[in-house]
Design a protein around this ligand. Structure first.
Ligand SMILES: Nc1ncnc2c1ncn2[C@@H]1O[C@H](COP(=O)(O)OP(=O)(O)OP(=O)(O)O)[C@@H](O)[C@H]1O
Ligand SMILES: [Mg+2]
Length: 254
């Protein structure tokens, strides 16, 4: 169980995330919605450790993550789609994914210089990396350098790296933003597959309400950094706060 308690960050006088307390159970997909600037990405950054909270705590399975670095949180099981700045732009797609797979495994380097073991590790790592690339429909680009990839393929690669880490918690922040009509379904299928697993905790920031409606088990709404709604998708979508934020319906009319 991932949990935030009174999680808060202030930038100068502005409270971007305001005392958000929320728990996310394994086997559920929670959509996080809210207008631009509501604090959704900032909330993710506080959970992953990219930003330091002004107050409040983050814990996973009862262990506090507060005060841990982003990489220590990744090690604890938090998976955040990589920013491209985390990649090696001059290595190929396959090499990058293989490195991410390797990061999660105890490889030959821990067992000493045994050539057979290095070769068999390398083979297993490549096989797993290949499998992940097939899942995100990037196999045809495996030998391209990251720097040469078009935008949509870079976004797919970010998801591939997240898969490679095999985290307990998957955090997707507008995963299909900037993707074309052929690319987006690949990523949505992958999220559907993760959901079927029933052991993963999935957090999805998404503006497209049809996607939210289909995938979410639960929706939480952030508004001005505050958690203003939390519940069943149908109920939350019908609530005045969402009607107003997304459909431009005024409070009086709703
Ligand atoms: N590093 C920062 N320094 C100062 N202000 C920040 C910083 N990061 C975010 N903010 C502010 O915090 C607020 C929340 O921003 P955030 O990016 O989390 O919104 P969001 O809900 O993800 O919006 P969008 O839907 O547009 O992605 C905004 O007012 C933003 O300007
Ligand atoms: Mg955002």
């Amino acid at each position: 169980m991932l949990e935030t308690r009174d999680l808060t960050i202030r930038f100068g006088g502005h409270v971007a995330v305001n005392s958000v307390s929320c728990a996310f159970a394994p086997g559920t997909l929670t959509a996080i919605v809210g207008p631009n600037g509501a604090g959704k990405t900032t909330y993710f950054n506080l959970i992953s450790g990219q930003l330091k909270a002004s107050a409040g705590t983050v814990s996973l399975d009862g262990h506090s993550l507060s005060g841990l670095s982003p990489s220590a949180r990744t090690h604890a099981g938090l998976g955040r789609a990589f920013q491209l700045t985390n990649l090696f732009p001059n290595l190929t797609v396959l090499e990058n994914v293989r490195l991410a797979v390797q990061a999660t495994r105890d490889g030959a380097h821990r067992r000493g210089l045994n050539l057979w073991s290095i070769w068999s590790d390398h083979k297993a790592l490549t096989e797993r990396a290949d499998q992940i690339l097939a899942e995100v429909a990037l196999k045809s680009r495996e030998h391209a350098t990251v720097a040469s990839l078009p935008h949509g393929d870079q976004r797919k690669l970010e998801v591939a790296l997240l898969m490679a880490l095999e985290p307990k918690v998957f955090m997707f922040d507008e995963p299909t933003a900037g993707m074309n009509a052929a690319e987006a379904p690949v990523i949505l299928d992958l999220i559907r597959k993760l959901k079927k697993d029933k052991t993963k905790t999935i957090l999805l920031v998404e503006h497209k309400m049809d996607v939210v409606r289909e995938l979410a088990d639960r929706i939480i709404v952030l508004h001005n950094g505050t958690l203003v709604a939390d519940g069943e998708p149908a109920e939350v979508i019908a609530s005045p706060v969402v009607q107003e934020a997304y459909l431009g319906v005024s409070k009086e009319a709703a």
